[in-house]
Structure formats: C-alpha cells, structure tokens
Design a protein around this ligand. Structure first.
Ligand code: GLC
Length: 747
C-alpha cells in the first residue's frame, strides 16, 4: 500500500497486476535508487566475516540499502524497516537476511551430523522448524543450505555441509530448500533459501579455507555441481558464490559458471548474492584493477547483490553511465530483488514478519525441542562397541564423566548457531545426570580441554576412575575449532586430551568415548584402544538428552557416516567413490597405489555405523539380468534383524559401471532407505534403477548410457561386497541437461 501511496503522489495510475507493479516501480526509480537495492549492509552483532572499517559508510542511511544481514528479532527488524519505509522516497521495504544454518533459537544438529541420519524427511522438518522460528523473528531470507561437497576434513567448513557424496548431498539440499519454503507465499513462515557456496569451495587445496580449487571439469560436473542443481530444481531462491577461485577464475567474477551454467543452462531466475565482502576481495585475488573494476567484474559476471563491501553502491552508477555495465542488466537484478520482496508480501505489509506475538509463540517451543532431540538421536553414529559394553545400565554404583566438553554448552550447539543461546542447551553431563537412576553416583572431572596444553590433576582423575564402574570420556573439538576459517593440519584430539585418555585407559576401567567434533578426526591408536566409541558431533539444544538416550539404551543408534574417517592426515583426500587406477590399491605386491607406512583404507568408511542389534542382507535379486537402456531395473534385498532388540538400518545401494568410455568410480551411491525392524523381523526392500542411474558424462561431457555390465552393491556401508551383476544391452545419448546425476529421491 505504501508504494501505491508513492504512485498516487506521483500521479500515475495504479498498476493492474504484480508484474505491472514491479515494472511501474522500476520506471520510477533513479539509477542510484536501483543500485541501493543491490546493496546489502552487514549490521550483525556477531560478525561472520572480517570486520571492515567502513568509515563514513558505517553511517549509511538505511534508505540506501536493499537488504540487511544479521538483524533479527521483531524489535530490531521493525525499527530498521521503519527507517527505510518511512524515510525513503519510494518506501521500498528491506529484506532481512540471516545465516539460519541448523536451527534458529532451537538449535538442531550441525549439518554434517544431521547428514549422518541419512534422512531427507528429517532434514526437511528441522529446516521447517528453523524457518518458523526465524520468520517469526523478522528474518525473510536464510543463507542456507550450505551444499558444498567436502572430501578434506582439514577444511573447517565440512561441519556445515552434508559430507562427501553428491547423491546424499543433493537429496538433503533439496529437502532443506523445501523445508525452508514450507507451504510457500503468502504463508508468513515462508523463508527465502540460498544454496551456497557456488562452487568447489570444499576442494580448497590443503584443506586451507579460501584457498584455490583446481578440480577438473569432470569432477566439477560429477561431484560439486549436483547438489546445487538439486537445490535449483527444488526452487531455491538464491545462490551465493564462493570465496575461492576455480582454475584461475574467482567465483565472484566467473561468468562461465554464474551466467553460463546458473542462468543459461539451469535457467536459475533467483538472486545471486555475494559472500561477505567477496567483491572487494577480487583485488586480493589480483584480477581487479581498482575498486570500480571489482564492481564491473562481479556485476557483469552475474552477481546481483553486494554483501557488505559497498562496492556496488560506490561504483555501479558511474559504470552504467560510462557504458561498462548495461542498465538493462541492473534493471534485471533490481527486478529480481523487488520480486523477492513481493513474494514475501512486504509491499502490502513491510512489518508482517516482525510480529511480537508470533515470535513469542513460535520460538524454542516444546515441539521444537522434541524435534531437536529426535534429530540428535538419529545423528549419533556408533563406531565401536566391543563386547557390547553399550548400552550402559542406568543403575550403576558410580559413573565418572571426564572432559571439559561434557559441560561445554557452546560446543553442544556448535558453530553457526548465531541465534542460539548456549545456556538453553542440555550439556552431555546434564543429560547423563538426568538419565541415570537416583542412586547412581555421577562424578565429573574436566581433566583436559581441547585447548589446554596440560591435562589437570591426572592423579585425581586416575583415582576417580579406579572408583568408577565405567568411565565416559567426552573428547573432541570446541565449537570454534570447526567452521569458517577453522582449518586444521593436525586432526588428532586437540589439546591435552590424549594424555587424559591414556591415564584413563591405564586404570583398566572400561572407557566409553563420546566424540564431540565438527569434522572427521584422526583417531590415534590410544583412542582406538577404547572399547566403545560414539560419534556425537555437535547436536544442538537437546544434545545431552539425546546422548543419554543412546548411551543408556532408550534409543538404538542408527546413524551412518556421511564422510570418510581417515587413518591419518597423509591419506587426505580419501573418499569411497575413488577410481580403481591402473594399479589398484587393493592389489598385491609393491607396485600398487598404496602407502608403505599406512594402510590405504579408511579407519571408518563412508556409510559406516553400528547398532545395538545386528542385520543381515540377502544377495540382491534383480528383475532382469539384461535390459535395454530405456528400461528400469528392480533390485530387491531381504534385510533381517538378527539381534535381540529392534533397530533402524540405513540400507545403501551402490552402483559401478564396470567398463566405460571414461574411468568410473569403483562405486557410487545410487539409493538409500531407512528401515525399522523388530528382532527377527525380515523385510524386502526394492530399489528401482533407471537411465539416470546408468548414465555418465562421456569424454565430451554429454550424458549417455553405454552398453555393458554393471555391478550393484547393497549393504550396510560403502565397503559392502554383497552384489549382483546385470547388463545394459544398448548405448544411447540422453537429453537430461547438466550432468549425469540421477533425479534425487528416486530410491
Ligand atoms: C560468511 C560465510 C557465508 C555467510 C556470510 C554471511 O563469510 O562465508 O556462508 O552466509 O558470510 O554471514
């Protein structure tokens, strides 16, 4: 209504429809007002990037801004919105953007942990709950999901993504976009979503954040692009380019990928928003000759919105006036921003997301806490359980809990939990204390922290351990040892935690290790001595309760690793979908692709996770031994719970193209299904494979199905040898665009 007011002031006729409304608005805007819409101001209190001394720019009038990063809460967003709507000439409302990565006030497991649940429906539910809380708190737009494939755990941001595999990553990317959207506009819990960081950010050389990525065209198309394509197919509203360069071209000035792939190939019609100050950093990359050149390079490559650097505001108008930037391109970018605001209903009511009653009613609700507990339970991975030490009985004379992480509330919510309140989360120690029987004594000693140089009072720790029936050692990383700009060259237990663990093991008492970490760690021989090992990541607001639910057996662990755990840093990058090479590492003799000082296999492979029960698999049964490329194939296995308690098993299907015109990975995930089975229960599971699964990109990157034999594996993790073979009888070019990744969720 505000804009209609503006139009009536200007004497123009009211627009007939939404399209005319936007076009009418555009016609009334000066060039500077248009560029203001492409300017995003970082007003966050908790910086998510280098604090830039903006000098006079820090006093920017809000009316010269199209969107704001980091403001939230009905009061702050209402106040900022009023400044713009009431003081600007055309009263165009602001967009409020925030990093809603794994929850909002209710914090869910970090994305890498949630990926261990292999549960797109769960990911959609937690994204939905996060959107309900964030939009009730004034947020219109999240910079999530982060969909970067990562195969190098030295890179700290592996915590923010879904691990190493494009098929699992694409399924989760799609689910999260749908979760953020919900029913869609005009529902006020609809939140704009952004897939980031486009693209190959996780391939940073040396695992060093922001470093160059130098992957082949094939790896780009087969590994790094698919989750973004899935997000675009799911209707994601924004794409954020990554800080890195790819093969000499920074993503923020990469016309081939931003315009060539995103706009022209994939027909992406949403917003391309820079990362924090990344346009300014084109000078650091050494490709911009001065400030105006930064703006020219980024805008002409396809970046619509400048986050935090103010480069567009300072230089785009002059570039348009001197013909270096087409006004039509600026109009197109501004149109996309205005359309986003229109979809959110902000022209009708700029304050509809800044609603005190809605915020108070929807944040940190019991339902969201219950969902956080469920998601945390499903994200925990049982890595080792010698002699069925776990689950522990709740009736014990004495349990010793050791490790500073057991009481570290910041660590429970992990990195990128900007709106979370650590004091509202349940720590591991709190969860254990709540779970045990009233007459069970729980003794706690910090012992060591991930940042301590020395372990504390090891004699006291040894004495306490000798008095305990069982020791629970909570070891791993602090929240700020994973995440952005948190690369590590040494992936062992940081600080003096190893010394603490050796002291505990020396007592001979049974030690259960709970790992709290945001990335695969290199687990030393000392760690491997412990009889029981649970991967508990950073699980969010309900961490302590969920850990106790698993530790004491109220819930049977079902998580499976979404990323490989190497034996040593020297193996990195190490991932399951590797190539066979001409001298396979599995070969014998000295001339094999292996190490002379370390076994080439991972410590724990992709897809691995144990249960308190056990499962058996029949050999896969195929609907055909030979089929045409146009036909589909049913693969059926019988999964049986062979243990004494019910449990959930994540059944995984992998496919290998045995011989092709280009080399193929030894196997690729092409289906997964979670099944709940009672003791002794058997269930037939059928996966259907089709051309999308058989396809590859040939040497010209054209999608084809090639005649020949395939091996299909079905089992409990990526090392299963439970397989069957079939043959596709003809070759055929496919019309699917982009790359050969099959449609997600087909299995
Ligand atoms: C950060 C991150 C990005 C985030 C942005 C805004 O530097 O790279 O993921 O969305 O800045 O906080």
């Amino acid at each position: 209504m505000l804009f209609y007011l503006a139009l009536s002031i200007s004497g123009s006729a009211l627009p007939a429809n939404e399209h005319d409304f936007i076009e009418g608005l555009l016609q009334h805007m000066t060039l500077e007002e248009k560029v203001d819409q492409l300017n995003q101001l970082g007003v966050q209190d908790t910086p998510t990037g280098p604090v830039i001394d903006q000098g006079e720019l820090a006093q920017l009038p809000m009316s010269t801004v199209g969107s704001v990063l980091g403001a939230y809460g009905f009061e702050q967003t209402r106040r900022l919105q009023e400044q713009v709507v009431m003081r600007s000439r055309l009263h165009i409302p602001l967009l409020f953007a925030f990093d809603v990565i794994h929850g909002f006030r209710t914090v869910f497991p970090v994305p890498l942990a949630e990926a261990a649940a292999w549960d797109p429906a769960l990911a959609q539910r937690t994204a939905r709950a996060a959107a309900v809380e964030a939009t009730a708190s004034g947020v219109h737009w999240t910079f999530a999901p982060m969909v970067d494939i990562a195969r190098d755990p030295r890179w700290g941001r592996v915590v923010e993504g879904s691990g190493e595999d494009p098929f699992l990553g694409a399924a989760l990317a799609s689910a999260k976009v749908q979760g953020f959207h919900g029913a869609g506009p005009p529902d006020p819990s609809f939140m704009l979503a952004t897939a980031k960081h486009f693209v190959t950010y996780g391939a940073a050389e040396g695992g060093r954040d922001y470093n160059v990525a130098d992957v082949s065209e094939r790896t780009l198309r087969e590994v790094y692009l698919p989750p973004f394509q899935a997000a675009v197919a799911a209707g994601v509203d924004g794409i954020m380019p990554s800080f890195n360069e790819l093969a000499g071209v920074p993503l923020h000035s990469n016309t081939a990928l931003l315009t060539g792939v995103l706009r022209n190939q994939w027909r992406f019609g949403g917003l391309i928003v820079s990362d924090f100050n990344a346009i300014w950093e084109l000078s650091q990359h050494g490709i911009a000759r001065g400030p105006a050149d930064r703006a020219r390079l980024a805008f002409n490559a396809g970046v619509d919105i400048d986050m935090a650097s103010q480069t567009y505001r300072q230089h785009l108008p002059a570039l348009v006036r001197n013909g270096e930037v087409p006004l039509t391109a600026v109009d197109d970018a501004v149109r996309r921003v205005l359309q986003a605001k229109q979809r959110l209903g902000l022209f009708e009511d700029p304050y509809r997301y800044s609603d005190e009653a809605r915020q108070r009613a929807n944040v940190l609700t019991p339902q969201h806490r219950a969902l956080a507990r469920e998601a945390a339970q499903k994200s925990i991975v049982l890595l080792k359980n010698t002699d069925a030490l776990l689950p522990l009985p709740k009736h014990l004379r004495n349990v010793l809990v050791v490790g500073s992480l057991a009481t570290d509330a910041e660590a429970t919510i992990g990195p990128w939990a900007l709106a979370g309140h650590p004091e509202e989360s349940i720590t591991v120690l709190q969860g254990i204390r709540r779970a045990v029987a009233a007459d069970t004594e729980v003794v706690y000693l910090p012992g060591a922290s991930p940042v301590s140089k020395e372990a504390e009072n090891l004699n006291t720790v040894r004495q306490a351990a000798r008095l305990a029936e069982v020791v629970v050692a909570v070891l791993g990383e602090q929240a700020d040892q994973s995440g952005e700009a948190r690369s590590r060259a040494d992936l062992g237990l940081p600080g003096a935690q190893e010394a603490l663990l050796r002291a505990l093991l020396d007592t001979g008492k049974p030690v259960v290790i709970l790992l709290m970490n945001g990335r695969p760690l290199v687990l030393s021989p000392t760690v491997r001595q412990a009889p029981a090992l649970l991967e508990t990541w950073f699980l969010g607001s309900e961490m302590g309760n969920a850990v106790a639910d698993i530790l004491f057996g109220d819930v049977n662990p079902s998580g499976k690793l979404p990323i490989t755990f190497p034996r040593s840093e020297g193996q990195i990058p190490l991932y399951y979908a590797h190539k066979n090479t001409g001298r396979p590492p599995s070969g014998d003799g000295r001339y094999a692709s292996a190490y002379i000082d370390e076994h080439w296999t991972p410590l724990y492979p992709f897809g691995f996770g144990l249960s308190y029960t056990s499962f058996s698999y029949s050999t896969p049964r195929l609907s055909a031994q030979r089929l045409a490329s146009t036909q589909s194939l049913d693969v059926t296995v019988t999964v049986t719970n062979t243990g004494a308690r019910s449990g959930e098993e994540i059944v995984q299907l992998y496919l290998r193209d045995d011989v092709a015109s280009v080399t193929r990975p030894v196997r690729q995930l092409r289906g997964f299904r979670k099944v709940h089975l009672a003791p002794g229960e058997a269930r037939d599971l059928t996966f259907t494979l089709d051309q999308g699964d058989f396809a590859l990109l040939d040497s010209d990157f054209s999608p084809v199905v090639e005649a020949g034999t395939f091996t299909v594996f079905v089992g409990a993790d990526s090392t299963t040898e439970n397989h069957a073979r079939f043959e596709v009888t003809d070759s055929r070019a496919l019309s699917i665009s982009g790359q050969s990744v099959p449609s997600q969720g087909s299995n």
